[in-house]
Design a protein around this ligand. Structure first.
Ligand code: AMP
Length: 291
């Protein structure tokens, strides 16, 4: 099935919705358990040991409020909020009573996680869910925590290439004497992380994307994948509550997904030439790591 068969105003393909798309090994993308262990300030977020490895299956179902829920296709993310402990640590990064954080099954960047609130509001469209100010504040604050964690993961993986992290890396590697109690801060990796929801989500359970800017991933295969993260189709959670007349409320009218492909880093316009954009992004990725 080609991506043209799916809704043009959606960010993901039919195969991704049904789970038929090929997913990379979770070990090659996303936040690893290692970073959560190394990071003392988020150690309280560590998840308990998983009971048994599992993926959301087409037949997984449960009783909720007397109604059976089947976690398949557009309801697939519900499996994580329902029983996060049943997933391996490479998929579920951490969870508590209020949130589950997962590595995206089809990551579109080097780090791509989803924040899933465990709330009755999670079955609403985000525009409606975020009309509750208390809920919105809780999601915004958890998203900020996850952004910091994702930034640490970028630093762990790419700090060794970074000019701004040179001193920090040298201290970490014991190459130079360092008297101060704290490590040199190094590059501001939080600047490299975006936090937002898609104006027209494909998956029914509320999810916030916490994603690095690079768009470097084998799963980044279509114009819709790219434009959904590099146009106002991705709405920063900090921008909520949205004004009633905000054009992002009507992404189809605004035509975000059909716009030209423009490099997120240098702005070069590739029109509709996705392959050329992809080749260019591979070069930008190397340059970006070195900043
Ligand atoms: P959207 O609804 O457009 O905001 O995007 C949904 C996101 O969920 C995409 O980034 C998908 O790659 C991701 N996704 C879809 N199915 C699964 C799944 N079963 N497990 C984890 N991530 C998923």
């Amino acid at each position: 099935m080609s991506p043209a068969d799916s809704d043009p105003d959606e960010a993901i393909t039919k195969e991704e919705i049904t789970g038929e798309a090929a997913a990379p090994p979770a070990s090659t993308a996303g936040i690893t358990k290692d970073i959560t262990q190394r990071n003392a300030c988020i150690s309280e977020l560590m998840r308990p040991k998983p009971k048994a490895p599992a993926q959301p299956t087409k037949s997984a179902s449960t009783k909720q409020s007397g109604l059976a829920r089947v976690f398949k296709e557009r309801d697939g993310l519900g499996a994580y909020t329902h029983d996060p402990a049943s997933f391996p640590a490479k998929r579920v990064v951490y969870f508590d009573d209020d949130f589950v954080v997962i590595n995206d099954l089809y990551p579109k960047s080097a780090v791509h996680t989803l924040l899933l609130p465990r709330s009755p509001r999670s079955r609403l469209h985000p525009f409606e869910a975020f009309e509750d100010p208390e809920f919105l504040t809780r999601v915004q604050s958890e998203a900020l925590k996850l952004k910091q964690l994702a930034a640490k993961e970028l630093q762990r993986r790419f700090g060794k290439y970074s000019e701004a992290d040179k001193l920090r890396e040298a201290v970490l590697n014991g190459d130079i004497e360092w008297e101060a109690n704290e490590l040199p801060k190094g590059r501001d990796w939080e600047r490299e992380i975006k936090v937002g929801i898609h104006a027209h989500p494909s998956m029914n359970d509320l999810h916030v994307h916490v994603i690095s800017r690079d768009m470097s991933s084998e799963c980044m295969k279509h114009r819709k994948h790219y434009n959904s993260f590099n146009t106002p189709f991705l709405i920063d959670v900090a921008d909520f509550p949205l004004a009633k007349d905000d054009p992002r409320r009507h992404p189809g009218h605004a035509g975000f997904m059909n716009g030209d492909l423009k490099c997120w880093r240098c702005g070069q316009n590739f029109g509709n030439k996705f392959k050329q954009l992809k080749d260019h992004l591979a070069l930008e990725f190397e340059a970006w790591k070195k900043e």
